[in-house]
Design a protein around this ligand. Structure first.
Ligand SMILES: C[S@@+](CC[C@H](N)C(=O)[O-])C[C@H]1O[C@@H](n2cnc3c(N)ncnc32)[C@H](O)[C@@H]1O
Length: 279
């Protein structure tokens, strides 16, 4: 397959990724969470407190700017959205740890943040490796927010969530691709394939002979149950983001061990978009 041409942002000459217009919807959730969590963050950052800092973590960061497909509109990517949301709420993160397995993406996000006066810690590793390096680098006593935004379920190994959940204070916003789950159900179900990494043990708990919809629902329920066993709580109102033709694109799942964080998320979910876990 021919390699996609690199697209540059004329504003800074750096590479951009291409996204659907709905990318802004997930950014809006990241932004609102960071703004509303600023009071909690303030307790961890100097001055006057120093209780381990407050870090922002992405394992699939992208380049920091994205072209909306079929338009000429370029928007900020999640790391830049996160930085400016923290800055506008007067409680910047004490550290940003950003990983993308594509070194060109890492280089671009690094330069873009430096241009804004932030020096991020950047990594170019598969997410399963980067997670260990990032956990080793952050202060375990701090307050951390991780946005996990892979293209597909292949990147979303359960090990990553398990390792992050061991941190004392971490909130996670996780993107689960519905489209990927729908399109690749058969392939992913094979022994040793994606579902074995996404939801280890699923095969013993999910009946593969039921209808596709019920299978999907059962798989997701199993996955959420496994997250609960980690001592964290997936928030009740998982958000379904839909495309311009109302097609289901992805779920945003908020995971936190902290009752206040659950309240925060309840406060920022768009009531119009709120859905129960509707598979
Ligand atoms: C959906 S994009 C991230 C977009 C970004 N969060 C935003 O909203 O601006 C996913 C990124 O994950 C990277 N990626 C793909 N597989 C990966 C892996 N196994 N580990 C780490 N990064 C990966 C891709 O290069 C891509 O830039």
């Amino acid at each position: 397959m021919a390699k996609k041409p690199t697209i540059l942002d004329p504003a800074d000459g750096l590479v951009v990724s291409e996204v659907g217009e709905w990318a802004s919807e997930k950014h809006a959730r990241v932004q609102r969470y960071i703004e509303i969590a600023s009071k909690a963050r303030a307790l961890y950052v100097p001055p006057p407190n120093w209780r381990g800092g407050a870090s922002y973590i992405e394992l699939f960061s992208g380049p920091g700017r994205s072209l909306i497909r079929d338009t000429s509109r370029i928007i900020d990517g999640s790391p830049l959205v996160a930085h400016s949301a923290a800055l506008t709420s007067d409680v910047p993160f004490t550290a940003m740890h950003l990983n993308d397995s594509d070194p060109a993406m890492t280089a671009a996000v690094d330069q873009r943040l430096r241009a804004l006066g932030v020096i991020p810690a950047t990594y170019s590793e598969p997410a399963e490796i980067a997670v260990d390096r990032i956990i080793a680098a952050i202060n375990p006593a701090g307050l951390h927010f991780a946005f996990l935004d892979p293209f597909n379920l292949d990147g979303l190994s359960f090990e990553i969530i398990k390792k992050l959940a061991r941190l004392q204070r971490v909130d996670m916003l996780i993107h689960v691709s519905v489209q990927d789950l729908q399109r690749n159900l058969d392939d992913y179900s094979r022994p040793g394939d994606v579902f074995d990494r996404f939801a280890p043990g699923w095969y013993d708990h999910v009946d593969t002979k039921q209808s596709i919809n019920s299978f999907r629902a059962a798989l997701m329920e199993y996955w959420l149950g496994e997250i609960r066993k980690l001592g964290t709580m997936p928030a009740k109102g998982v958000e379904l983001i839909v495309g311009s033709k109302r097609q289901r694109l992805y779920w945003l799942v908020f995971v936190s061990a902290h009752s206040l964080a659950q309240k925060l998320w309840d406060a920022i979910r768009d009531p119009m978009k709120q859905t129960t876990m509707d598979f």
